[in-house]
Design a protein. Sequence first.
Length: 129
Amino acid sequence: MKRGGILNRHLAGALAELGHGDTVLVCDAGMPIPTGPHVVDLSFRAGVPSFAEVLDGLMAELVVDGGMAAREMLGTNPAAAELLKTQVADLELVTHEELKALSGGARLVVRTGEARPYANVLLRCGVFF
């Protein structure tokens, strides 16, 4: 058994398969999930687990060199906007429609139980050296 970090075996295994330049969509419970990417659905109930909890866990395990989020988040979900501002360097804001279209190219989708709108980010994996 793992000592710590991400314990969910499906998520831990999917993270281990990521490489430099791959993208990971971390999304709320309402985000349409595209056909194609591997999906790890962590949602349990509305709000559980939260977007913030899942993002914190992923950022502790991944090398991230940038990301994209929906511009609409700024006025609708300021808590998510502030979280992403502090957690994701080189955050680009696009329309929600653009984010949905770009998420089809993600290698992995991690669905949270988040029930606040626009709590979505497309993370771009970096390299540790």
